[in-house]
Ligand binder design. Sequence first.
Ligand code: PLP
Ligand code: COI
Length: 353
Amino acid sequence: MNIVVKKTEHPKAKPEGKLGFGQIYTDHMFVMDYSAEKGWYDPRIVPYAPIELDPATMVFHYGQAVFEGLKAYMTEDGKVRLFRPEKNFARLNVSNDRLSIPPIDENLCLEALKQLVELEKDWIPKQEGASLYIRPFIIATDVSLGVRPSDTYKFFIICSPSGLYYEEGLEPVKIYVEDKYVRAVRGGMGFTKAAGNYAVSIKAQVIAHEKGYSQVLWLDGVEQKYIEEVGAMNIFFKINGEVVTPMLNGSILGGITRMSVIELLKKWGVPVSERRISIEEIYEAYKNGQFEECFGTGTAAIISPVGELRWQDNVMKINNGKIGELTQKLYDTITGIQTGKLEDELGWVVKVD
Ligand code: PLP
Ligand code: COI
């Protein structure tokens, strides 16, 4: 399928100074439509603009909406690079399947992404820690109030020059272990990047913010005993020399940064296990002085050190609130590969130009 490109006649001024996360959008976006008769059709890059939808459009009512998040980086010698983008489109199809949304052609979407990013390359920020955050997403567009899968959809890719996700930067964040609300249960859609997973998480996040915490650490939806993940990150613990992260059990997202960290740790010979781990086990390790490091992983957050975990009335200060040695090494390695400062020995980087 040929991707038609219509360039803007009104390019916007590029941002200057501090960027924040996901506040500014570039000049163009990718759009493609789906109908039951035609399949996905009319892939096109067009000027970024608002869209008009009927108030009875299904996505507003029953939430058939899925998304992805990835980043484009500018290397020091001015080359544009993506980090494992094929994994994002593969995961989008996992989300599509669960939400009864028709699958996308992953190769076509990757090609569309490369063309869009190439066109928007002057928007890629060059400051340390900044990048072009890319948000592919799909919405159901039938105009109908009946509960059923939509017969029509729209797929978009928008881009946003962004800084680090947390205001703290690489300063360790404080995380609140949520023991009242739950995010997902097995059999639900916790393993997908469905918009609804974020809607359900906001209330607990607001409460945690009011208490001075950046994010919530979710426990399992049945016993509220086992660790799941953080609002926008997977979570890792270094306990007595071993790195542990919750296994993919159907209710947490299979993060691409998580996968990359596990692959790196194995390559380095650091013991790492994906298993069920309870909050009690972590608190015990803390009391015994064996809880050495804690960090979150995610596209937006990269590697984010956790300096404090609060579970009920127990406050665990990790590594004296400082970034751990292994956490720092993972941050340096992942960002080094992403920005071309380190050699891409594992073949993770996709060249755009
Ligand atoms: N878990 C949730 C709920 C997320 O939103 C994210 C961010 O995408 C992650 C984990 C980390 O996934 P990834 O490393 O693929 O960005
Ligand atoms: C990402 O890391 O790409 C995410 O999607 C997190 C987010 C919801 C801001």
